[in-house]
Design a protein around this ligand. Structure first.
Ligand SMILES: C[S@@+](CC[C@H](N)C(=O)[O-])C[C@H]1O[C@@H](n2cnc3c(N)ncnc32)[C@H](O)[C@@H]1O
Length: 258
């Protein structure tokens, strides 16, 4: 191997090892990098396969990021293709340090906390983080062990895990009972069997719980909930997509609260 080949191999290994490192996160695509940087991410490495195109993206969407992208390491397309399972069309990929975990339930916030029970698809979890960041939720907690920093979730969220606290907790009991002194708002279960969602139905500081993609909320969570709310749907439609349901709930709260 020549020096150049060696350094390319090192870049590939660095990205492979970053994917396995719980302290780091791989940011696939320009927009994930833009959001991460905008919300204070500590960037470890930025790589592009096309410096001119990266500079244009920065000029158009994030001039604040232009100096960092001007410093990006430029690699050949074949090397770039090996840095992520689905190389991003924007031709940008980066590594950042994950922020230290922030306690989502350290206090009752005026804003709701989104609780996802056992989400199965990281892309859905990412879409939920994205809308939670946009709507101004206090945080997102995933129950059941799924990692909100999974690369597909970070890609689905366009890097907005950096914009609000995200956490993974084993179970509802762990979330509500880990620290008995930890405050928690009312637990509101979103389920098609609930009372219709109407203006003012979401109290301040509520925990808004949503079920898994195929089976919905568990009996245990529904039994524990203080309130069940259903998003009205036309007859014949059985449910909304998970992230869509979260978006409706959060914007019902946001439009009411402002
Ligand atoms: C794809 S749905 C699950 C579908 C599942 N078969 C069911 O009937 O609950 C994922 C989650 O989105 C939320 N959801 C979807 N449509 C809803 C609606 N119309 N009202 C309230 N929540 C809804 C619920 O939390 C649900 O568990």
């Amino acid at each position: 191997l020549s020096d150049v080949d060696r350094s390319e191999r090192e870049i590939v290994e660095q990205f492979q090892s970053a994917r396995r490192d719980q302290r780091l996160v791989v940011l696939e695509g320009f927009h994930a990098l833009k959001h991460a940087a905008r919300f204070g991410a500590d960037l470890v490495d930025v790589v592009t396969r096309d410096a001119d195109s990266a500079a244009r993206l920065a000029q158009e969407h994030a001039p604040d990021l232009a100096p960092r992208l001007a410093d990006a390491e430029v690699v050949a397309s074949e090397v770039f293709a090996r840095l992520s399972p689905r190389p991003h069309p924007t031709g940008v990929v980066a590594i950042a340090r994950r922020p230290s975990p922030r306690a989502v339930l350290a206090e009752i916030w005026p804003e709701p906390v989104v609780v996802l029970e056992d989400p199965r698809r990281p892309e859905n979890l990412g879409a939920v983080v994205r809308v939670a960041a946009a709507a101004g939720a206090a945080g997102v907690v995933a129950l059941g062990g799924v990692d909100p920093w999974h690369p597909a979730a970070v890609r689905g969220a366009a890097g907005l895990q950096f914009a609000l606290p995200v956490a993974s907790v084993a179970s509802l009991a762990d979330l509500l009972g880990a620290d008995p002194s930890a405050p928690a708002g009312l637990l509101v279960a979103f389920d098609p069997s609930g009372e219709p969602l109407v203006p003012g139905a979401i109290p301040p500081g509520a925990l808004l719980a949503f079920g898994t993609e195929r089976r919905g909320l568990s009996g245990a969570l529904l039994a524990r909930a203080d309130r069940r709310l259903a998003i009205p749907m036309r007859e014949g439609v059985s449910s909304l997509n998970l992230a869509t349901a979260v978006a409706v709930a959060l914007y019902a709260w946001r439009l009411e609260a402002r």
